[in-house]
Design a protein around this ligand. Structure first.
Ligand code: SF4
Ligand code: SF4
Length: 105
């Protein structure tokens, strides 16, 4: 499943550079598929995790780090443990790897 950021986030920015899919965005920043991927879709989105208060994870870009790391990189660096599994967005390992292949063709 994707990872989400809870409202315990202290906006420290530590997680943002660690994401291999560039799925982590600052508050109020719109996300794009093309950021940090090989996708050409540069439409701005304000859905799927968007937050105007805390750093957030664009659900459609989070692969739980499958194909890159053994564990979610954001979860590993977060000082307040607020990167947690998103129970509302469960995906199988195969689905997460397919998502990764779509982002990095
Ligand atoms: S789990 Fe990995 S892919 Fe998902 S947001 Fe965190 S660092 Fe990015
Ligand atoms: S590392 Fe944790 S506290 Fe810092 S911005 Fe990311 S989610 Fe928020």
């Amino acid at each position: 499943m994707a990872i989400k950021i809870t409202d315990d986030c202290i906006n420290c920015e530590a997680c943002e550079p660690e994401c291999p899919n560039n799925a982590i965005y600052a508050p109020e920043e719109a996300w794009k598929f093309s950021d940090g991927t090989t996708m050409e879709d540069d439409q701005e989105h304000e859905d799927g995790g968007f937050s105007d208060e805390f750093f957030y994870i664009a659900t459609d870009k989070c692969t739980e780090c499958k194909g890159f790391n053994d564990e979610p990189a954001c979860e590993a660096v977060c000082p307040v443990d607020c990167c947690v599994p998103d129970e509302d967005n469960e995906e199988t390992e195969d689905e997460l790897l397919a998502k990764k292949d779509k982002l990095h063709a």
